[in-house]
Design a protein around this ligand. Structure first.
Ligand SMILES: Nc1ncnc2c1ncn2[C@@H]1O[C@H](COP(=O)(O)OP(=O)(O)OP(=O)(O)O)[C@@H](O)[C@H]1O
Length: 872
């Protein structure tokens, strides 16, 4: 089952999920706003439709429709009010006999004719005519005679929206137990001989010809038709009525008017006839239903939310605006092309809500997302370190096996007697080698995958932070006041978090390479904390002599040991109510670690020689450039102490990852250095600045400052050029340009250059070999020679030798492993021999690819080894 925390982590790291949630909430909120102001939202929602209706090209008038309407002549002839129903009966009979496809009349059969209009005789004639016509639709009347049951009755109702504009008519309305179809719809079904549709809740949109008045439809004056009937003019009657939908408008114009989107007020019959015309000309308009509208709004809102979350700053706004504009164009295109009306108000309101909501959400969760990203990065960094270690071991194993294989092959060629044994040994070595090479390849692929993930996370980390330029500038000013020079966004963000954490009592741990400013930040924590008016004590744990550890840290009482001539307070007491900075905490011996742990846990300790404990109130800040996590897994750092120190952890980025800081630091340092030497401040040439920016700076700002000091001291020029800096000196790690490396470093290239290239590639043999254009075993032999040489120079101290080769502590572990492996292999090769000379003779054969200059080191190592073996 999913843990709540896991779900939250999953949610906050998944952009699509967040976008979808924001989309759903925005849709709901937009709907609520709609309910609060329905008229405004309705008017906005139909803007595109209303505008389109007024400005589009007029739709066709159906040739299959004939509307017979009263005219001044007929008014004079038959009177201005209701007619004698015998006239209507005559018109219906004529239409029927002429072959009309369907007949519609606006007559209501709910009252008997008065005697002066024909009375019962005319009623009988009309009933007879309508019954004979069959295909006939009348307007619904409450109490129609029973004989009307065979004839269809339609309603003339429209459904005005909340802004009082009538844009649609209901397909059906309920009246008591009856379901009445719309007049136009009923006529259309009759004409086409189709059953009425079963869409009870559906509505039809009016797609009016012209302005939507009756005059825009094909009307024929009643007097003309009547004249033709009198003259028996069958040609004219055929032209008007044959195979057509004939609608006879016998009633004086109705008083009940509806406002159309075109701005015209029309009666219900006109609107229904407009609808009928749109059906006959296949110009029926559709609109999305409530579910469709909600769905479209949700997708639209979620997409905008995704744009805002995915891209930051003004780019995200440009994307969001683009999506909105695209949707507006789409609504117009879909209405014009597909005759489908898409929602407008709901999506636009939701978009606005998303715009505000997403900005607020991003700000509210920025800290959390950053924390999760950092956790992920830390985890992947640990995985990467483990895989790198596995890779190094496999790589070394593969190289050693290759050497053994070569030696076995050479032996097999020389010794005829043991040929079979040697062939078997060769075969098994070959199989083992293939196996190890495969494992190496797998580890390499895994490593590449992890490094890609790390890269993506770093990119996400720098993207997901949305501190504006003004905020960054303000942070840079605050940093400067504390002596921290930077304009790097990641360091400024870290400073912002340090500022936040400084107020809490939590222990702070700074990690980072030497010279990255850990002590500077530790002092900043103190100055930004409520303890800033009290003492700040910095203790270098690596520099305290082991014998004096307790006395230095906890103090002693007079006479507690020889030389303790008076009571003395230790650093913890001196820092009481203030801050103690435990620098180089990773270099603390294990026995001292447990003593320190007790103080951190209990905030009390015994002075050396004291019988009563001393209690203090101190804020702990610690720093190290060593990997404490690895220390825990390798056993040189106590896990409980590590957890005590891990209150707030900050990893300071190395200078090479903060290229923007180089010019700033150069300006500040040069001004300071020149001031100290009472000289005018020199400038840096562009080339020199480029060199400083390209350099890897393993000693970070400290090394950077020293390089500038050296350059200023040795040059009198007002402009420091590239030649003023000797960065390829001891311990330097030049960054090799990515030119054709094989041309740059021919085979006899100096060891320093090969080492530089190895460091540049993090001691990845394959990558180094590729850059140099050599095969991997040549690079391995070079590194092996260098490792042997470093071992000799450090008198067999493997840690020291590894550090000399690694240069940068980041790769110390990798080099340590390789060095150990090379050395162990050498020892395993010479193990069977009794004397150094015999062993060396075998080494010459075995390590035939090792550069000659390194054999002196092999010689020393082998002889030292045999010198240590006691004589039998
Ligand atoms: N951002 C910075 N702005 C100005 N000076 C800096 C900056 N970072 C480091 N320095 C300077 O670099 C030198 C080394 O800094 P600091 O001692 O704080 O580094 P550190 O990480 O604690 O080094 P170590 O691990 O070797 O103790 C100091 O002189 C410090 O003032």
């Amino acid at each position: 089952m999913f843990h709540r925390h896991t779900l939250w982590r999953h949610f906050i790291t998944s952009l699509p999920l967040q976008a979808l949630t924001i989309g759903i909430l925005a849709t709901l909120l937009a709907k609520l706003l709609w309910l609060a102001a329905p008229a405004t939202f309705t008017a906005l929602d139909w803007t595109v439709y209303d505008t389109w209706l007024r400005h589009r090209a007029p739709i066709a008038v159906s040739p299959a429709l004939t509307i017979i309407a009263r005219d001044p002549v007929s008014e004079a002839q038959f009177g201005a009010g209701s007619w004698d129903r015998a006239i209507l009966a005559q018109l219906i009979t004529t239409a029927h006999e002429t072959g009309a496809a369907a007949i519609g009349i606006d007559h209501r059969f709910n009252q008997a004719s008065p005697p002066h209009l024909g009375g019962a005789a005319s009623d009988a004639l009309l009933l007879e005519a309508t019954t004979a016509a069959g295909h006939l639709v009348t307007v619904f009347a409450d109490e129609a005679p029973p004989a009307m049951d065979a004839i269809m009755q339609g309603h003339l109702i429209l459904s005005p929206h909340s802004d009082h504009v009538a844009r649609s008519l209901p397909f059906f309305v309920e009246h008591g137990s009856q379901t009445l179809p719309a007049f136009g719809l009923a006529l259309f079904s009759l004409t086409k001989n189709q059953p009425l549709p079963h869409e009870t809740g559906a509505t039809g949109l009016v797609n009016a010809v012209g302005n939507g008045t009756l005059a825009d439809l094909p009307t024929i004056p009643l007097s003309n038709v009547w004249g033709a009937i009198q003259r028996h003019d069958s040609t004219a009657l055929d032209g008007w009525m044959k195979d057509k939908v004939v609608v006879i408008l016998s009633q004086p114009p109705a008083q009940n008017l509806w406002l159309l989107p075109t701005g015209q007020s029309v009666d219900g019959m006109t609107a229904h006839l407009q609808f009928l015309n749109s059906l006959l000309t296949d110009n029926r308009l559709c609109q999305t239903g409530p579910l469709g509208r909600a769905g479209i709004t949700m997708v639209f809102a979620a997409f905008i939310a995704w744009c805002l979350l995915r891209f930051h700053g003004s780019i995200s706004l440009v994307f969001a605006a683009g999506v909105i504009a695209l949707y507006a164009a789409l609504t117009a295109a879909v209405l014009g092309g597909l005759h489908l009306v898409l929602p407008v108000a709901l999506p636009l309101t939701a978009a606005l809500i998303v715009l505000l909501g997403t900005t607020a959400w991003t700000h509210l969760t920025a800290g959390q997302r950053m924390m999760l990203l950092e956790q992920d990065m830390l985890r992947i960094q640990q995985d990467t370190a483990a895989v790198r270690e596995a890779l190094v071991l496999r790589e070394s194993r593969a190289d050693a096996l290759q050497e053994d294989l070569d030696a076995a092959k050479a032996a097999a060629a020389q010794s005829a007697g043991q040929r079979q044994d040697l062939a078997r040994a060769t075969e098994s070595l070959r199989a083992e080698l293939a196996d190890v090479q495969m494992q190496e390849q797998t580890a390499r692929e895994q490593l590449e995958g992890l490094e890609r993930q790390l890269h993506d996370l770093r990119a996400a980390g720098s993207e997901s932070e949305t501190i504006g330029d003004t905020a960054l500038t303000q942070l840079a000013i605050e940093c400067r006041q504390l002596g921290i020079m930077t304009r790097d966004a990641s360091l400024l963000r870290l400073f912002r978090d340090v500022k936040k954490g400084a107020g809490s009592p939590l222990t702070v741990l700074f990690l980072g390479e030497p010279g990255t400013g850990k002590e500077l930040f530790a002092r900043a924590v103190h100055r930004l904390s409520p303890r800033s008016s009290r003492t700040f004590i910095a203790v270098n744990m690596a520099a305290i002599s082991p014998e004096l550890f307790e006395s230095e840290l906890f103090g002693h009482t007079k006479g507690s040991f020889t030389g303790a001539t008076a009571d003395r307070r230790g650093y913890f007491e001196l820092a009481n109510h203030g801050t103690i900075f435990l620098d180089e905490i990773g270099d603390l011996r294990l026995d001292h670690q447990s003593k320190l742990l007790r103080v951190l846990q209990e905030k009390s300790f015994y002075r050396v020689g004291a019988t009563m404990p001393t209690t203090v109130d101190v804020r702990i800040v610690a720093a190290t450039n060593r990997d404490l996590q690895r220390g825990v897994s390798e056993g040189w750092f106590r896990e409980d102490l590590y957890f005590r120190l891990k209150g707030l952890v900050f990893r300071l980025p190395p200078l090479r990852e903060r290229a923007a800081d180089i010019p700033l630091l150069a300006d500040v340092c040069l001004a300071e250095i020149a001031g100290q030497m009472s000289r005018p401040t020199p400038k840096l040439s562009n080339e020199a600045l480029h060199l400083l920016t390209e350099y890897a700076w393993p000693g970070n700002v400290r090394e950077f400052r020293h390089a500038l000091e050296r350059a200023v001291a040795l040059s009198d020029d007002p402009v420091l050029t590239r030649s003023a800096f000797s960065l390829e000196g001891a311990g330097a790690t030049p960054t090799l340009p990515l030119l054709n490396p094989s041309r740059l470093l021919p085979e006899p290239a100096g060891d320093a250059a090969v080492l530089g290239c190895l460091r540049q590639h993090g001691f990845d043999m394959q990558a180094t070999a590729k850059t140099l254009g050599w095969d991997r075993s040549t690079v391995t032999q070079r590194l092996k020679g260098l490792c042997f040489q470093a071992l000799v120079e450090s008198n067999g101290d493997q840690a020291k030798a590894a550090l000399a080769i690694a240069g940068d502590p980041t790769y110390l572990r990798t080099v340590e492993l390789k060095l150990l492996d090379y050395h162990n292999h050498l020892l395993s090769v010479i193990a069977p021999f009794k004397t150094a000379d015999e062993a060396l003779a075998d080494c010459t054969r075995r390590f035939k690819n090792l550069p000659d200059r390194h054999f002196a080191s092999v010689d020393t190592l082998v002889r030292d080894h045999f010198a240590k073996i006691p004589p039998p």
